[in-house]
Design a protein around this ligand. Structure first.
Ligand code: TA6
Length: 287
């Protein structure tokens, strides 16, 4: 039984009619709350009690079967970016995932397990733990008879106070592909600041990234394992205007710091092999 109702936990996990009347789950712990839509197993909200939402969600986002949700944590799999004749960023975020299990862990966090409906030769599960932090785990298993090469990325949209005031630390000295210039550079700055569109794929980095946000007086921590790529993106003015599911001014309040394995860091699994991408995000008062 994969009906969300079957996995409800009174006062902790509730099956709801989410945005666009899509099936979703509301999760409530003693320290936080979250919302996950079955479309894409998409985490659409996470907030620690007494704090600002950690994740950004566009007020213009569509919530329709087969359409990507603009905000939260899109699961990018099995490819990153555009692909001729196919949906950008893969099909996982457009699929309706099955909810397999919900459990309250001893320390009070709540763990939910989702499965991507069967695809030939691949099995994908997504495990979300909601508590003081938001922990995510995307596991992919090659169940076929030949090698399987793919990209994965948890394309996290973070809520910030003002794009002009934040800085991002943790990537100094890292090579990156500037997707706007289609050229590679090395990050020389101790921090990254924003004064225009930024769309960079940092390669071969396992580093924890920090987003320092003086407006919301917090530091967001992005910790990862099983990830060699970190993508940093803000659409700025022109691209914001070109996106129908994104407000023209919303770029002020969001930044994407995405963790996965993309482009040169794509993964090849032999038959029977498994890859696990782990990302944990939380915030602390800005020191
Ligand atoms: O992660 C950065 C990026 O690849 C940008 O180039 C931009 O296209 C963004 O993803 C959003 O992609 P989407 O398909 O969700 O519009």
């Amino acid at each position: 039984m994969n009906s969300p109702k079957h996995h409800e936990i009174p006062g902790r996990v509730t099956a709801i009619a989410g945005k666009g009347n899509l099936p979703a789950l509301r999760i409530e712990t003693d320290s936080s709350n979250a919302e996950i839509h079955l479309l894409g197993a998409h985490i659409t909200h996470f907030q620690k009690n007494g704090g600002e939402p950690l994740l950004f969600m566009s007020a213009e986002s569509e919530f329709e079967p087969g359409k990507p949700i603009r905000g939260g944590v899109p699961i990018i799999f099995p490819w990153f970016g555009p692909r001729e004749g196919l949906a950008a960023h893969g099909f996982a975020r457009l699929a309706s995932w099955d909810l397999l299990d919900t459990i309250v862990l001893p320390e009070g966090s709540i763990r939910l397990t989702f499965r991507l409906p069967a695809e030939d030769a691949i099995a994908a599960e997504f495990r979300v733990t909601v508590g003081e932090s938001l922990a995510m785990e995307l596991s992919v298993t090659n169940t076929g008879a030949s090698d399987f090469t793919f990209e994965n990325c948890l394309h996290t949209y973070f809520q910030i106070g003002d794009i002009h005031q934040i800085d991002i630390a943790g990537l100094q000295g890292t090579r990156y592909l500037d997707s706007l210039l289609a050229s590679e550079f090395t990050e020389t700055g101790e921090t990254i600041r924003f004064s225009g569109e930024v769309d960079r794929v940092y390669q071969n980095t396992a580093a924890t990234v920090e987003i320092h946000d003086p407006s919301l007086r917090r530091t967001i921590h992005v910790r990862k394992r099983g990830s060699k790529s970190t993508v940093v993106w803000n659409p700025w003015i022109a691209k914001s205007k070109r996106m129908p599911d994104f407000g023209d001014e919303e770029y002020h309040q969001m930044v994407c710091v995405e963790s996965g394995n993309v482009k040169a860091n794509a993964i090849t699994l032999a038959p029977g092999e498994q890859s696990v991408l782990k990302v944990e995000v939380d915030s602390t008062p800005l020191g």
